[in-house]
Write a protein that binds this ligand. Sequence first.
Ligand code: ZN
Length: 436
Amino acid sequence: MMAIKDKYLIERRYITNRIARSGGRINKVLFLVSHETANNVADADAHFRYFNNVTFQTSAHSFVDHKKILEIIPLNEKAWHVQYQVPTDNVLFGDDANDAAIGIELCRTGDFNEAYDRYVWYHAYLCRTFGLKPREHIVSHEALDPRRRSDPESWLNPNGITWNRFILDVVKYYDNWEEETETEVSPAPEEEVQAEEIVWYLSRGNTGQDVRELQQKLNALGYSLAVDGSFGPATERAVRDFQRDQGLAVDGSYGPATQRALQNAKPKSSSSGSGSTGGTVWYLSRGDTGQEVRELQQKLNALGYSLAVDGSFGPATERAVRAFQRDQGLAVDGSYGPATQRALQNAKPSSGFNLPNTDYWVKSPQFSGAGVREVQEALASLNFYPDRGAPNNGIDGYYGPKTADAVRRFQLIHMGADEADGNYGPKTKRAMEREL
Ligand SMILES: [Zn+2]
């Protein structure tokens, strides 16, 4: 016997594709929108892969199939699951679904009853979590956009479930949330038994509580990191350093082997001076003076942050430190501590390319101009030509399909398949600057 609320586990594995996952925040979850995928062959994991690579703005938070409940977008972030121009969500709930609702998709694969029970339970779970009432705060996609959509009834009805029956089933779980289940719970599938100790796969671009915990663990071992819950360049460097120190394969991402090593690792000896922090860490900030400040200024200068080397940590030095931290994806506080020191030790001098701080993707009319040309020149210098052999190797200042393809090839090699969307933005800029 177990309580209803413990009946299922929720797997949280977030996509990193910033087209499907903008990172925009939901201020308050006001309602739930129920969907079905209308796809007969793709299960929850297949939808994860799809939305991690999709090149247009569409997504939902959660996918439920006969084996799992999978959240692919954190529930405090927006997903794109209902057209903005439909009026019903605003009329009913005072806001657009994409800005204030969780989108839940029912997959068609596998045993319907197994998937349906999870779908019902998960709606009850969300109502409990966000203080919503099943009868008032759950709406079907069809109800919001009846001219274009018929889900989830399009999959519930053929399986003998009406919308009202679905809501009643959610109410039943919701009302008995703390109760023991009357009937014997079917044995959990193998995956869920093994999931007792969940292995999180984390890499560049992931955010959230799991990243925060990883950063705290690395910190406890002496890899100085800002604990900001965002897996950026500094976290990746710390993971790489940890992997190197442990003799693991160094890939900068967090998987089972790194997790095991992290659980068994002991803090680095602070007196040995070994390891990657390279000895004494100086904490420097506005008002400090002396030889350490002078050396900091020299290092920043070597990286192209033009500074007078006067040994005095004044406004100009603080500005340069802030600019450096921003460029490196570090927490920007304008003072010099362990994370900034580590980044400074690994930073390469400026390449001479002035890559733009903007987003480019293929659209009509195309993005064009000096910024696009700079991206193309930088790609070409890395041997990713927009159109090798064509006049000027295709460097024409227009962000068209060939330039997008060069970006995609660069991303595939240097950022991984999950990032290879052919769109240029801050992450790709940083990755290019690392290689230039
Ligand atoms: Zn839908």
